[in-house]
Design a protein around this ligand. Structure first.
Ligand code: NAD
Ligand code: TYD
Length: 348
């Protein structure tokens, strides 16, 4: 039995990764470490909480002595690090909390792994899950490759870029066995409704305005979260040491076109007449430092590891909408309490 640590497993992507690893790898004991911030929710992994190869640990990666004790206690052989502050708008309001979790928290995990593995790195692996936002913004043409220079524009992407640099530095300096991936925008079940797609689904259900930033002509490359989890599984097991892989959906959408598609599908699902939901579209003040376009060249992971997305955007979006419509308790639960304060501050 190998002890594997997954951080941030009560969040959006982490919950899909934890579920996949617990279900597919009975020879691993999965320790899910999560601080349960506003974005973490044990409901996201309720279906696997009683599995014998699964343990939830509540804790903060910023707490250095706690992290060191945890590594000493469980002797982890692999780490998949997803815990992070992940929302650009929140990073504009409170950049320091992003430095704490995304930079210091990552440092604590790197130091603990280095200490634990110093006499024998064989078979060990530190997998840092990162974002394409570290590359900054593309113009109308081109794609991010693994060799694109880092050029982050938001406090969020700057903190992720910093943690990526530390992971590589620990690989070069101390020989820490790492892999790193930079992925495009994810969507799917359990996505916290502060990000574009789940926020707009929730607002359409509740007939609330759909706040499109600026002119809506910003472009993102969307990937279904389960395809990201498949890629993470593959890279963890078959990725080459000290390598970076870009992961993307080959699926670029201008925000306004995506929102119109979402409105159309929601009209059908909710039995509304065509065009009803799109009346909710409201152009609002732009996000400062808003990156124009992200798009990933995922040919390396495709040619070297054979990964490609398994669902089309239309299929993934429909599955996502269906999930939110049949999980209104989850949605109401996460949008009660603090969420109302956040919403008021961000959009009023
Ligand atoms: P999320 O915000 O949904 O979840 C983050 C999780 O980390 C939450 O469960 C939260 O409780 C936990 N966490 C936060 N601070 C912590 C701390 N100090 N100690 C322990 N746990 C803490 O994020 P997500 O969208 O699932 O993203 C997961 C990872 O994937 C992040 O590293 C993010 O940068 C990266 N990523 C996200 C996307 C995306 O589109 N969402 C795309 C590419 C990469
Ligand atoms: P988001 O889901 O926050 O992801 P990211 O900023 O990490 O790409 O935003 C996706 C796009 O949608 C981005 O261009 C900003 C835009 N957006 C809006 O227009 N309105 C909103 O209310 C939100 C949250 C995002």
């Amino acid at each position: 039995m190998k002890n594997i640590l997954i951080t941030g497993g009560a969040g959006f992507i982490g919950s899909h990764v934890v579920r996949r690893f617990v279900q597919n790898y009975p020879n691993y004991h999965i320790y899910n470490l999560d601080a349960l911030t506003y974005a973490g929710n044990l409901e996201n992994i309720k279906d696997i909480e009683n599995e014998s190869n699964y343990t939830f640990v509540k804790g903060d990666i910023v707490d250095e002595s706690f992290i060191n004790e945890l590594f000493a206690k469980y002797n982890f052989e692999g780490v998949l690090h997803l815990a992070a502050e992940s929302h650009v708008d929140r990073s504009i309001e409170d950049p320091l909390s992003f430095v704490k979790t995304n930079v210091i928290g990552t440092m604590n995990l790197l130091n603990a792994a280095r200490k634990l593995w110093k006499d024998n790195m064989e078979g060990k692996r530190f997998y840092h899950i990162s974002t394409d936002e570290v590359y900054g913004s593309l113009g109308a043409e081109g794609l991010f490759t693994e060799t694109t220079s880092y050029d982050p524009n938001s406090p969020y992407s700057a903190s992720k870029a910093s943690s990526d640099h530390f992971v590589r530095a620990y690989g070069e300096t101390y020989g820490l066995p790492y892999v790193l991936t930079n992925c495009s925008n994810n969507y799917g079940p359990f996505h916290f409704p502060e990000k574009l797609i789940p926020l707009f689904i929730n607002n359409i259900i509740n007939n609330k305005p759909l706040p499109v930033y600026g002119d809506g002509n910003y472009t993102r490359d969307w990937l279904f979260v389960k395809d990201h989890a498949i890629a993470i599984d593959l890279v963890f097991h078959e990725g080459k040491n000290h390598e970076t892989y870009n992961i993307g959906g080959f699926n670029e959408w201008k925000n306004i076109d995506l929102v119109k598609l979402l409105c159309k599908v929601m009209d059908e699902k909710l039995g509304r007449s065509e065009g009803e939901s799109s009346k909710l579209i409201t152009y609002v003040k732009d996000r400062p430092g808003h990156d124009l376009r992200y798009a990933i060249d995922a040919s390396k992971i495709n040619t070297e590891l054979g990964w490609k997305p398994t669902v089309t955007f239309e299929e993934g979006l429909e599955q996502t909408i269906d999930w939110y419509l049949s999980n209104t308790d989850w949605l109401n639960n996460v949008t009660s309490g603090e969420y109302a304060n956040y919403y008021k501050k961000q959009y009023n």
